[in-house]
Design a binder for this molecule. Structure first.
Ligand code: F6P
Length: 367
């Protein structure tokens, strides 16, 4: 039951989980609690909590968020399926379709006494935010993704934790690769952007780094591998981003479009198969890091950025600065209209200083 004396802000986390989500939720709650006339509620599993029957809305107070900033995942759950504009419904013939339940959701928000919404999510979630804003919803966005592929913000929280995990993986692969005179191919996430791949390759000291922004030439990769072996001894580490593609080739999906969307992956085993076909004779193994990059405790950097985002999101609620997403523009936390925030992806610039540094220390970028 709503405390009629207090205003209500509803928080939802949508899309894939990401280290730092709980730190954002905690920051919103702690900041809101400084205002006597506000309370925070959470919608379970993104906006499903509002639309489910009965609804699943939970009160978020200091007790609920105590210590959660060090925990991975999200205490209010998430989903990357459906949403108010494409709610999954089963057709009479058993197939799946979708329904637009956005108007109903707006009515339900009013019924629940929600004065403002903070939607923490990636590009898909912020597209939903924009559409809800156009329907009159008082909504603010907080960007999240380990992929760091949102152009409106210098960094997203979760990214540095993912880079740390990938770097730790490179460090570990080096010792086993060196012991066995092997080549290791480490496949990392990042969707169509090579941020995690590039950062972990530089931090870990990989020999080859293949990212979507620089299509690779198999011969160059082969050349680099052989340059790391002498009389059959040596090792090489290749970091490959899941969205990487060969020159003239296309990205590799482990799952084609369907109920579960299009899922990237399988590039490490494809690269190994192609290298073997092209005559590679060294021993070679693959490691697919997968969701280890997303789970677990956020590193300090991500907790701090997430906390700043959470506090700023609530300040924006107080200022009624709706229709915008919080962003980081070094050294400031700023806000960007949704339209701008979702209009462009953030890709690695092949001419950037970090690529220059990678090449400078001899990392083969595949070209
Ligand atoms: O966007 C985050 C991300 O982890 C991507 O790097 C990856 O391609 C995708 O999500 C994996 O999605 P899922 O958790 O649905 O397998």
């Amino acid at each position: 039951m709503k405390d009629t004396m207090r205003k209500r802000v509803l928080v939802a986390t949508g899309g894939g989980d990401c280290p730092g989500l709980n730190a954002v939720i905690r920051a919103i709650v702690l900041r809101a609690n400084k205002e006597r006339d506000w309370e925070v509620v959470g919608s379970i599993n993104a906006f499903d909590g509002i639309l489910n029957e009965p609804n699943e809305i939970v009160i978020l107070g200091e007790k609920e968020v105590a210590g959660v900033h060090i925990r991975g995942g999200t205490i209010i759950g998430t989903t990357n399926k459906g949403g108010p504009f494409a709610w999954p419904i089963k057709n009479k013939d058993g197939s799946w379709g979708s329904a637009d339940r956005s108007d109903e959701m707006i009515r339900r928000l009013q019924y629940l006494g929600v004065d403002a919404v903070i939607n923490i999510g990636g590009d898909g979630s912020q597209q939903i935010s924009q559409k809800l804003f156009e329907k009159g919803c008082n909504i603010i966005g907080v960007p999240k993704t380990i992929d760091n592929d949102l152009s409106a913000t210098d960094f997203t929280f979760g990214f540095q934790t993912a880079v740390q995990e990938a770097t730790t993986a490179v460090d570990k692969l080096v010792t086993t690769a060196a012991s066995h005179n092997r080549v290791f191919v480490l496949e990392v996430m990042g969707r169509y952007a090579g941020w995690i791949g590039l950062h972990s390759a530089v931090a870990g000291g990989a020999d080859v780094c293949l990212i979507p922004e620089i299509p690779y030439d198999l011969d160059k990769v082969m050349e680099k591998i052989y340059s790391r072996f002498h009389r059959g001894r040596g090792y090489a580490i290749i970091v490959i981003a899941e969205g990487a593609k060969p020159k003239g080739g296309d990205v590799h999906y482990q799952k084609k479009k369907g109920d579960d969307g299009q899922r990237l992956g399988g590039v490490a085993s494809k690269l190994i198969a192609d290298l073997k076909k092209a005559g590679l004779e060294t021993d070679i193994r693959e490691t697919v890091l997968g969701h280890l990059q997303r789970g677990g405790t956020p590193i300090a950097y991500d907790r701090i950025l997430a906390t700043q985002f959470g506090v700023e999101a609530f300040e924006m609620v107080l200022k009624k600065d709706f229709g915008k997403m919080v962003a980081y523009r070094h050294p400031n936390i700023v806000s960007v209209p949704f339209k701008e925030a979702i209009s462009k992806y953030n890709f690695v610039n092949p001419d950037s200083d970090l690529i220059k540094a990678a090449r400078g220390i001899g990392i083969c970028m595949g070209d």
